[in-house]
Design a protein around this ligand. Structure first.
Ligand code: HEC
Length: 400
């Protein structure tokens, strides 16, 4: 068996990306939860609570925890102050590394779909990286306008802009490439929020506390806004991270709209939990059923169009195998002839009858219901061939 360096490199980076992402998002959930559950401290307790704005008791892992949040800063700084930033930085770095290894080194197969836009790898990579930089510049600019004072309106504008980005990217990239870039834009905004706004804000707080000055509340407030934005980004970005398993989403004709719909579900669910944490579960109770219904409405609307494939001439297995040999086997073989792969991608081999029959369901998803395979349509499969395979499956996928 050939040693597949790229495969293992991807695996390693992806693993790191998931680990750091879990740590980051977990911390984001925890601190937003904490902030919303703080209660005003009871004065005259066993402790001097000067300057404490809120407190919270919790039990976890067999121990009691008492957390206090200061209105501004404690009278003296503790010797050890924990910062939360490396999770964010390493999630971004590993994410960008994965984007590079998979989508930029493999631009021709993963990023470009010639039937959507016939662009060069260099152009595609430039558009990709440009979208990350541009996304941050536009978002950061918006945050500096008076719009930021109207949370709801700000959220709607951001949502519309990101949907527009999803639409725009789907005009130049493969469905998958477009999705991953929307995810990368959001991830870049989130990490840049930490690097450029939240950390400097916290450094300002620490430095005025060290000097014993009353801190300027402005950087703290800004940091809090950005960290709340990051919190609302979490569920949509998690969906994008797993979306490449679901060709019915990114491979849909209106994949960008499917993405917007599912992102909205995530935002509503996040909103429900944020309100619930503030003790407003009763007013917000409708958000969960609404998101649940919305999710199934999207599933229903986005379902592949029913074409009556059983009509038309009978298709023989030989016809199908000929198409697959021509369009698929250069990659999906024990020893692929494609330069891009040393082993069969996802261990899907389509060299003989038994292998093809085993993959009928996935072939239908990848080739008939969506145009996900061949990747980037590098082997130039025609619509007619998709129709023939679709008919063969509709006729019972028989291997006579
Ligand atoms: C250029 C190489 C290439 C060609 C040609 C190609 N594939 Fe693939 N295929 C891949 C790669 C790479 C993956 C793994 C994608 C991923 O990372 O999710 C894959 C994955 C698959 C999967 C598994 C999808 C999943 O995640 O469940 C199926 C099924 C499949 N291909 C079928 C086909 C069929 C059928 C054809 C021909 C019509 C075809 N492929 C042509 C590269 C190719």
């Amino acid at each position: 068996m050939a040693f597949d360096v790229m495969e293992w490199l991807q695996l390693g980076i992806r693993w790191i990306h998931i680990i750091t992402g879990v740590a980051w998002i977990g911390a984001s959930f925890y601190f937003i939860w904490l902030d919303m559950n703080l209660t005003p401290p009871k004065q005259g307790g066993q402790k001097d609570k000067d300057g404490v704005g809120g407190e919270l008791w919790a039990i976890h892992g067999g121990g009691f925890y008492e957390v206090q949040k200061y209105k501004a800063a404690p009278p003296t700084l503790p010797p050890h102050l924990h910062w939360f930033k490396y999770e964010a930085y390493f999630t971004w770095i590993s994410g960008f590394a994965l984007l590079t290894v998979l989508y930029y080194f493999g631009a021709e197969i993963y990023l470009i779909d010639k039937s959507i836009a016939d662009i060069s790898s260099d152009a595609a990579i430039l558009i990709g990286i440009g979208s990350l930089v541009g996304g941050w510049i536009i978002y950061d600019f918006l945050c500096r306008t008076p719009l930021i004072r109207h949370q709801g309106v700000f959220g709607v504008v951001l949502f519309v802009l990101l949907t527009a980005a999803a639409w725009g990217l789907s005009q130049v990239f493969s469905g998958r490439g477009a999705y991953i870039h929307v995810g990368a834009i959001i991830g870049t905004i989130m990490a840049a929020n930490v690097l450029m706004i939240i950390m400097p804000g916290q450094r300002a707080l620490v430095s005025s506390a060290e000097k014993g000055e009353a801190p300027d509340p402005e950087p703290g407030l800004k940091a809090k806004q950005r960290s709340l934005h990051n919190n609302y980004f979490t569920l949509p970005i998690l969906f994008i991270m797993i979306s490449n398993h679901y060709p019915g989403t990114f491979g849909h004709e209106y994949g960008w709209a499917v993405l917007a719909g599912i992102a909205l579900v995530g935002i509503l669910v996040r909103h429900y939990f944020n309100l619930k944490n503030q003790g407003r579960a009763k007013q917000a109770f409708y958000l969960l059923p609404v998101s649940f219904v919305l999710f199934f409405v999207i599933a229903f609307v986005a379902a592949p169009k029913k074409v009556d494939l059983s009509e038309g001439p009978a298709v023989s297995f030989t016809q199908v195998q000929n198409i697959i040999s021509e369009r698929c086997v250069s990659c999906h073989a024990t020893e692929p002839t494609s330069e891009d792969f040393d082993t069969a991608p996802k261990a899907v081999k389509l060299e003989n009858r038994a292998q093809i029959l085993r993959e009928v369901t996935r072939i239908r998803q990848q080739v008939v219901e969506t145009d996900t395979m061949p990747l980037g349509n590098v082997t130039e499969m025609t619509d007619d061939e998709r129709l023939i395979i679709g008919r063969w499956i509709a006729q019972g996928a028989k291997a006579e």
